[in-house]
Structures are given as C-alpha cells and as structure tokens.
Write a protein that binds this ligand. Structure first.
Ligand code: SAM
Ligand code: DTB
Ligand code: SF4
Length: 338
C-alpha cells in the first residue's frame, strides 16, 4: 500500500485562517534575531508554529498560467518579461477566454486546487477587464480557487475583480523597502502597498511575498518579512521565490544564495505569519528534493505544480509526485464547484 493510501484522507481544504491573536509589531532586529538562530532551533520553532495551525503533511497546489506574456514596460531586474531587457521572449497578446479555461481544466486534472493567472502588465486597462472577469467566472465554475496577478490596480478595478468572485490577488513587495530601488525604478514600494490596500479593501484575499537571492542582505530579507507581517492583516498567501536567473536580465550571473538561507527565510516567514500559507514558489526546479523537504519542514505548505511557472520551468509532475510520496505529503482538495 502506498504511503498516500495509508493516510486517512479527510476532505481537508486550504482555507485562509482568521487573523485573531497575531503580531503586527515586529521590528527588523527581532526578525533578524530569528534568522540568526542555530538552524535546528529555527526549524524547530517554525515546525512548532506550523503544527499549531496546519496539518503539517498537507500542501496546497496552485497552477500558474501566463495569460499575457512579455513586453512589460516595468524594469524589474529579475524579470524575463520586461521590455527593457533582451531575454529572447516573444511578447504576446491577452489569451482568449476559452484557451485559458482549457488550461484550467487540465490543471485541475493534474491536482491543482487554485489557478493563478498572470499578465505582464504595469496595470490592466479597463478595456481588458471584461475578458479578465470572464476568466475568473469560468475558472470558478470548474470548482477551482482563482488568483490573478495583473500589476497595479485602482480601487475601482479591485472592486470589479472582487465582484467577479476573484479569491486571491497576487502582488509582491519583492524585497525590503531599502533594497527595492536597486531592483525596480519604474514604480515605487508605496505604489505596491497602495495596490495591496485596494485589494484588501475590496475584500479579496491577499497573496504577497517576494524574491530572495537578488544580492540583498539578510537584513533586507528580514525587512521584507517585517513589512509583510506588520500589514494590518497578514497576507493569506506568502510566496517566497528563489530568484530564477534568466539570461539577458541584469540579475543573470548573480552569486547564488545558499539554499539553507532560503530555508531560513521560509522558516522565519512561518514564525512571523503562522496562519498564512507560505508558498515555496519559483526556484524549485533547480532545488534538490532534500532542499525542498527542508522547506516543508520549515513550514512551507504551498507550491506551484505543473512543468511551467509563467515563462520558466518548474518540476515535472512525475518528480513532484515521487517527492510527495517519499515525504508522505498530500495535496489539499479543490473547493466544490459553485
Ligand atoms: N506584472 C505583475 C507584477 O509584477 O505584479 C504580475 C506578474 S510578475 C511576473 C509576478 C511576480 O513573479 C513578481 O512580482 C516576482 O516576485 C516574481 N518573479 C518574476 N520573475 C522572477 C524570477 N526570475 N525569479 C523569481 N521570481 C520572479
Ligand atoms: C509569485 O510570487 N511567483 C510566481 C507568481 N507569484 C506569479 C511567478 C514566478 C515567476 C518566475 C519567472 C517566470 O516563470 O517567468
Ligand atoms: Fe512586468 Fe511583473 Fe515582470 Fe515587473 S515582474 S517586469 S511588472 S511582468
């Protein structure tokens, strides 16, 4: 009998927890002190926090689709989709609604419970919103949770997306406020926080995290987690991305970050935002199975599944299935169709 069969599989769903009793007053020094703990002590604290709020053997699986690829006017130094850098990527138009729904159906068959649609935009144009709303409604009718990441939003646009039933909006702060200007010059940290405020005020769940391995220091990683944890409400989803270095971007060729420092970042995120889903996000393809296992031990409980992220690779389903089987990890179920 497989390990999966031996586990009593109750219909457990990934649901955002309520925000009661959480801290929102972290200092950078306090968070830096967590980073500085001996590795085993840090992992023990993170695993203890994790078990207080979650089934430690379940992982939420999201599938990404790039619904509008490349040609982005922003200059994010890590991003293969920025029009400022030559990465050999062909820019495309917004996908047709039917084509997006076909991808969502196949993602559901592959075990994903959430479908995340990303567009290489600075912000959506109002004329695009009818198609976006149709995508949200269509994916929800398949019985999947929906997430969009479309760049900056006005309050009115956030209200329209919330009205369509969008479950999550992803918008990352990416790094600390202090390091941000080294990475992006075409929009400010404040712009990002404003969009996140609109998403929250419109009543949607917030998916917000960042990238490590961009040449930032440990204090920047602590500062990023401080910004996230001190939001009036913790983001329900916190993606922690390891930089995927893409040829042609200014960050290609950067010194690789020690993967144990990445694990520490996950562990500290788990401790300071104990009820949030912490996603082991970009960078898994280049990570060993052992490094990923440490990330789960550190409290990561969400991943992107499927062989592609937006434009770069992700582990094949066979590799993920084998890893989950070896670890005795089960996916959360998709919500019921409406
Ligand atoms: N244009 C929208 C925006 O920036 O909000 C949505 C798409 S954008 C590609 C979503 C996120 O992907 C970015 O905020 C960044 O955190 C992450 N990302 C992009 N390129 C990456 C890379 N090379 N490695 C790791 N994460 C990356
Ligand atoms: C997030 O934090 N990571 C995802 C999702 N949110 C949209 C994107 C990762 C992109 C990695 C580079 C690429 O595939 O283009
Ligand atoms: Fe554009 Fe988003 Fe890439 Fe920045 S991260 S260049 S905003 S697609």
């Amino acid at each position: 009998m497989s390990i999966a069969d031996q586990i009593a599989v109750a219909p457990v769903r990934a649901r955002p927890a309520d925000d009661g009793g959480l801290r929102h007053d972290w200092t950078t020094d306090e968070i830096a002190a967590l980073f500085a703990l001996p590795f085993s002590d840090l992992l023990f604290r993170a695993q203890t926090a994790h078990r207080r709020h979650f089934d430690a053997n379940r992982v939420q699986m999201s599938r990404l689709l790039s619904i509008k690829t490349g040609g982005c006017p922003e200059d994010c130094k890590y991003c293969p989709q920025s029009a400022h850098f030559d990465t050999g990527l062909d820019a495309g138009k917004l996908m047709a609604v039917d084509a997006v729904l076909a991808e969502a159906r196949s993602a559901k068959q592959g075990g994903a419970s959430r479908f995340c649609m990303g567009a290489a935009w600075r912000n959506p144009k109002d004329r695009d919103l009818d198609a976006i709303v149709a995508m949200v409604r269509g994916v929800k009718s398949l019985g999947m949770e929906t997430c969009m990441t479309l760049g900056m939003l006005t309050r009115g646009q956030a209200d329209r997306l919330a009205g369509a039933g969008l479950d999550y909006y992803n918008h990352n702060i990416d790094t600390s406020e202090e390091f941000y200007g080294e990475i992006i010059t075409t929009r400010t940290y404040r712009d990002r926080l404003d969009t996140l405020g609109h998403v929250r005020d419109a009543g949607m769940n917030v998916c917000c995290g960042g990238i490590v391995g961009m040449g930032e220091g440990r204090r920047d990683r602590a500062g990023m987690l401080k910004t996230l944890a001190n939001m009036p409400k913790h983001p329900e989803s916190v993606p922690i991305n390891m930089l995927v270095q893409v040829e042609g971007t200014p960050l290609a060729g950067s010194a690789a970050l020690d993967v144990l420092e990445f694990v520490r970042t996950i562990a500290v995120a788990r401790i300071v935002m104990p009820k949030s889903f912490v996603r082991l996000s970009a960078g898994r393809e280049a990570m060993s199975d052992e490094a990923q296992a440490l990330c789960f031990l550190a409290g990561a409980n969400s991943v992107f599944c499927g062989e592609k992220l937006l434009t770069t690779g992700n582990p094949e389903a066979d590799r993920d299935n084998a890893l989950f089987e070896r670890l005795g990890v089960e996916p959360y179920e998709a919500p019921s169709p409406e």
